[in-house]
Design a protein around this ligand. Structure first.
Ligand code: GLN
Length: 279
């Protein structure tokens, strides 16, 4: 077949990947609107767009995540740039945003640890433009992606800091510390499956048990929280109890866990000792 004969329907039918993903790749490769792709299978696709689509489909068949192929993933209703240097934003992390927003009313000071693509910091800045947000990331390549997302999406300035967890944080008295740290156990078989194979190990693996980064953050967070200051962490579906214990051991109170849409314990938080709860 010559590429001049390519139509939306023929390209989608021949893709051999999930239809939802094929539509997304075709929309991105051709510039055609999603609705057109769904409604008009007979619509002709330009040869260059068809060739690009087929190249992308081959990459997808090889396992490369759609988000990395098109360089974008939607999070909390906004399009975020992503690259192989960052974790692909997850729907579970939208729960962390909802929890954080419960506690952000005005010009609070917020610290996002391990910001990656910047989804948490940028989304909070979009939802609470007068919050003062600091975002920390160890990887320079990831930080560049986060800055790019902030420039494109955030209505207010975010202060980006390169460093490991608290190491380069000079400010204190944060009202809220949020993080979606790496929390997968090093030997977890999931690391060899699906999208995870393509994501940076440093964004996924939290030591032998998966709890190393969570425990590190919980231990050090109290020094950086002001009165009533709260820590909120995303964690693995089976780490709720371990996260609550870590918070208890570090003297946190008002410890709470929230469940995600799949009904898994996903976010745990508490108020630092010596701080007064703000209700
Ligand atoms: N904060 C980013 C996110 O939630 C990156 C998290 C990570 O790399 N573990 O997507």
């Amino acid at each position: 077949m010559t590429s001049a004969e390519q139509t939306v329907g023929i390209l989608l039918a021949g893709a051999g990947i999930a239809l939802r993903e094929a539509r997304l790749l075709l929309a991105e490769a051709s510039g055609l609107a999603d609705a057109l792709i769904v409604a008009f299978p007979e619509r002709r696709v330009e040869p260059y767009a068809a060739a690009r689509f087929q190249d992308w489909v081959a990459q997808r068949r090889g396992g490369r995540p759609v988000a990395y192929i098109i360089g974008q993933r939607e999070f909390y209703g906004r399009p975020f740039a992503v690259s192989e240097a960052v974790l692909i934003p997850r729907p579970e992390t939208e729960l962390l945003i909802d929890c954080a927003l419960e506690y952000l009313r005005g010009g609070e000071r917020v610290l996002d640890l391990g910001t990656g693509s910047g989804v948490i910091a940028v989304t909070l800045a979009c939802e609470r433009p007068i919050a003062r947000i600091v975002a920390v990331e160890q990887s320079a390549a990831a930080l560049a992606v986060a800055r790019r997302n902030a420039r494109a999406l955030a209505p207010s300035a975010i202060e980006f800091v390169q460093g490991s967890w608290f190491d380069s944080v000079t400010l204190r008295d944060f009202d809220l510390i949020v993080s979606n740290p790496p929390y997968i156990a090093a030997a977890d078989a999931h690391l060899g499956q699906g999208d995870l194979r393509f994501e940076p190990a440093g964004a996924l693996v939290g030591g032998e048990t998966g709890m190393a980064c969570i425990e590190h953050i919980v231990r050090h967070a109290p020094r950086y929280l002001g009165a009533g200051g709260r820590l909120l962490l995303e964690h693995g579906y089976d780490q709720g109890q371990a996260a609550r214990h870590a918070l208890q051991a570090a003297g946190f109170r008002d410890i709470r866990t929230w469940r995600d849409l799949a009904d898994h314990e996903r976010v745990t938080g508490g108020v630092a000792a010596g701080a007064f709860a703000v209700t």
